[in-house]
Design a protein around this ligand. Structure first.
Ligand code: KIV
Length: 287
């Protein structure tokens, strides 16, 4: 297969310029990232949604920096094409700029990502600036920011009245001014996504933010039907992998119980003369 050039920020900006839309998916493991990369997905997010999709927590908050680094290494080992973004977990960037730079640096140095993402608008602009000044590209994230779900009153769509929509626009402008190379817009009206996208020179990526963004993100477990706890309104399900897996596991169990598996094609052969020798030795030993 022809070796493709790795996606970079200038390449993504060129796509925006040409009006070519960016496909962005989460991945939390080597095999998934390998398939996404092969499929030509331009951007991969190692999201802290791993806390829910991978580790079974009820929110994104419990996943740790060490866990994120560990799973991200699998993703970056798999990717030769896609631009990989590491998602800063809860409390890895909020307490001080130093802590934020150190953890963003771990994502770059230890896990090999191309950029990091963090949640929050205007109030995070200082942190974004500090990380960017340390030479690390930052993606902002506004709208429904799951790490603040208690403040937001749950996993709810945002910006659905003039006041909150205006706040989102100001947040986006503040992140751009702080040096973010892109902003993720989550669960906001299409019109608000459009107004923000029109006003920014940097990339806008949407997850439940309508058509006007420069690219679209989905959580891969939602897209393939592997996360069954709940499905947000913005998800389009392209497969039902959970059903395929369940059927495969049921078929396997049935085959084991009926000895339909394994069959001779799964056996390791031993030459007939070696088997004869073995039986001969055993007989002698057991005489
Ligand atoms: O962690 C993640 O996958 C995310 C998306 C929900 C936007 O941040």
């Amino acid at each position: 297969m022809e070796k493709r050039k790795k996606v970079t920020i200038p390449y993504l900006l060129e796509m925006k310029e040409k009006g070519e839309l960016i496909s962005f998916l989460t991945a939390y493991d080597y095999p998934t990232a390998l398939i996404e990369d092969r499929a030509g997905i331009e951007m991969i997010l190692v999201g802290d949604s791993a806390a829910m999709c991978l580790f079974g927590h009820r929110t994104t908050l419990p996943v740790t920096m060490d866990e994120m680094i560990s799973i991200t290494k699998g993703v970056t080992r798999a990717t030769e094409y896609a631009f990989v973004v590491g998602d800063m977990p809860y409390m890895s960037y909020q307490s001080s700029h130093e802590e934020a730079i150190r953890n963003a640096g771990r994502f770059m140095g230890e896990a090999g990502v191309d950029a990091i993402k963090l949640e929050g608008g205007t109030r995070m602009a200082g942190v974004v600036k500090a990380i960017v000044n340390a030479g690390i590209p930052v993606m902002g994230h506004i709208g429904l920011t799951p790490q603040s779900y208690t403040q937001l009153g749950g996993f709810k769509s945002q910006g659905r009245d003039a006041n909150t929509a205006m706040k989102l626009i100001d947040d986006a402008l503040a992140l751009e001014a702080a040096g973010a190379f892109s902003i993720l817009l989550e669960a906001i009206p299409n019109e608000v996504g459009e107004i923000i996208s029109e006003r920014l020179d940097i990339l806008t990526l949407g997850i439940g933010a309508g058509q006007a963004c420069d690219g679209q993100l989905l959580i891969v477990h939602d897209l393939i039907g592997l996360f069954e706890t709940f499905t947000p309104k913005f998800v389009k399900k392209y497969a039902n992998v959970a059903a395929i897996m369940e059927q495969a596991f049921r078929d396997y169990r049935q085959d084991v119980r009926t000895r339909a598996f394994p069959q001779p094609e799964h056996y390791y052969p031993i030459p007939k003369d070696e088997l004869a020798k073995l039986r001969d030795r055993l007989n002698k030993r057991e005489e």
